[in-house]
Design a protein around this ligand. Structure first.
Ligand SMILES: [Zn+2]
Length: 188
């Protein structure tokens, strides 16, 4: 039996993610394999977003709340990775917290997560990469919007955190947790 026929039977002629019956085809779950266990049947809408051909439509992926309970590991892996991508959304993070994967399935799922490798580094004024937990000093007086004080040049900020924006870090100044522009900082 061909892979497509196997998948069509397994999925009962439905997209294994959103249950659409339109334009179904094979989606190979990376790293690409040719056997049916490593593939899922997905509609065009799902496939285009998974492969990055079109931008992610967050609401479309609410279907993962159901799909993640599939007994098919390839579907679990795809759901896990996609929820990870959307983990800025509270519902996606909630689902991710509930999702339980067997050890080997989890290893497969995590092998395909690329967000950390692709991350743009956060650089200080000298171009030195900043990491979570670093200590930095402020090199310029900075007006802190909303907090009503100036973060003075020379102030040390300890144990910083990174943010989603590579140009920003978070740290505690004058007892207040604030966002700082990394270009105005120097690693200690
Ligand atoms: Zn679909």
């Amino acid at each position: 039996m061909s892979i497509l026929a196997t998948l069509t039977e397994r999925s009962n002629h439905q997209c294994e993610l959103c249950q659409s019956t339109e334009q179904l085809d094979i989606y190979k779950v990376p790293p690409e394999e040719t056997d049916a266990d490593k593939c899922i049947l997905a509609c065009q809408t799902c496939r285009d977003q998974l492969t990055g051909v079109v931008e992610t439509d967050v609401n479309h992926w609410r279907c993962l709340s159901d799909a993640m309970w599939s007994v098919v590991p390839a579907v679990q892996v795809t759901a896990y990775r996609q929820l990870h991508q959307l983990s800025g959304e509270a519902w996606a993070q909630d689902n991710l917290d509930m999702l339980y994967l067997e050890e080997d399935v989890k290893a497969w799922a995590e092998a395909g997560l690329t967000d950390n490798e692709d991350r743009v580094p956060t650089l200080d004024a000298n171009g030195t990469e900043l990491k979570a937990g670093d200590n930095v000093t402020i090199i310029k007086d900075l007006q802190v919007k909303g907090a009503g004080f100036t973060a003075k040049r020379g102030t040390a900020v300890r144990n910083i955190s990174l943010t989603d924006n590579p140009e920003h870090i978070e740290g505690r100044v004058n007892g207040t947790r604030i966002v700082l522009v990394s270009a105005y900082l120097k690693k200690m």
